[in-house]
Design a protein around this ligand. Structure first.
Ligand code: AVI
Length: 326
């Protein structure tokens, strides 16, 4: 089958050095200093994230896979002919869903949306192992990909859109609601949406998931400074920073920070920025919101969905929620 890839201008420019430099300057000058978490995922960062998903202390991926396999037939009911996955990673989750649905399903069109060409190529290889599927990759941001797919839709069959891995947890509440609204706008009434969300769980478990004893999550976090050094000629001393994972009870989120261990001067010439960090001062690199099951139902209902089913992994506290565009 001929590979199909659509590359939008937005995807081509969103990761450009100029956008990165401008955002690094803007966010490092905020108080508290910050860096957007999407920049954690260069090639090394993506490989480190794949490693995190295999750690015994990070149960999200395994819990979600169990739910996908166990409820595949209910999720992929008879009318679904098209599946769109936003951020497919290696393609393993969609692959588990298709395998769990058995051999009596009809033909499926699979549309994969991601800014990373490497991830799309890997997901395509995984998914083309299945019989009776057509894989179309869209190298685009989620929003642009959804728009593209909305315009290109045909009138036959129903569409299922997947947003898995608790990626929604990395949005702050206003961004989350705007994103869910844009997903809803791209769907027709009756289309379905499957959302994978990590749940609130005991604080020691959350701390271990985001500060593992092997130091893989610390490396994932510190790699952002290594990326800035490499791509923007920064002079961050990686030995002068420590990884922190803090549970913010009030906001129900785990925050990742990089703490300066001493007073140090930092310059990033290609981002046109230089500043001093005091001992203990941090750069906030990620928020990972954790939800209660009813919160997920409410956020979907507010965005124009009706919830059809919610499945919860009681051991690792993870939820898959299947909703319908109303
Ligand atoms: C991708 N995202 C859902 C992960 C999370 O759990 O927030 C990223 C991650 N950060 C540290 N470990 C994993």
């Amino acid at each position: 089958m001929t590979p199909t890839t659509l590359t939008t201008p937005a995807a081509a420019t969103s990761g450009s050095a100029r956008g990165f430099a401008g955002e690094v300057r803007h966010f490092l000058m905020q108080q508290p200093r910050q860096l957007p978490s999407r920049y954690l995922y260069d090639d090394l960062g993506s490989a480190l994230f794949e490693a995190i998903c295999r750690l015994p202390w990070y149960p999200l991926t395994r819990a979600e896979l169990r739910l996908l396999e166990g409820h595949a037939r209910e999720i992929l009911d008879a009318g679904v002919t098209t599946i769109v996955e936003l951020g497919p990673g290696s393609g393993a989750k969609l692959s588990a869903l298709i395998a769990g649905a058995g051999n009596d399903r009809g033909r499926l069109d699979l549309h994969l949306v991601d800014v990373s060409g490497v991830a799309l190529a890997q997901a395509r290889r995984t998914l083309e192992e299945h019989q009776n599927v057509r894989v179309v990759t869209h190298r685009a941001t989620y929003e642009t990909g959804l728009e593209e797919l909305g315009l290109a839709r045909t009138l036959t069959g129903r569409r299922l859109t997947l947003f898995l891995g608790s990626n929604i947890g990395n949005f702050d509440p206003p961004g989350r609601d705007a994103f869910l609204g844009s997903v809803r706008s791209a769907l027709d009434r009756g289309d379905t949406f499957l959302l994978g969300v990590d749940l609130v769980k005991p604080v020691p478990d959350l701390r271990l998931a985001y500060d593992d004893p092997l130091g893989v999550t610390a490396a994932f976090n510190l790699n952002l400074l290594a990326r800035i050094n490499c791509e923007l000629q920064g002079d961050f001393d990686l030995h002068g920073f420590s990884h922190l994972a803090i549970w913010n009870e009030e906001r129900s989120r785990i925050e990742m920070h990089l703490r300066s261990d001493r007073r140090q001067r930092i310059a990033v010439p290609s981002a046109d920025v230089a500043f001093v960090m005091e001992p203990g001062e941090t750069i906030w690199t990620e928020s990972s919101y954790k939800y209660q099951p009813p919160d997920i139902v409410s956020m979907l209902e507010r965005s124009g969905f009706g919830v059809r089913a919610q499945w919860i992994d009681a051991v690792d506290r993870f939820a898959l929620t299947l909703a319908e565009a109303t």
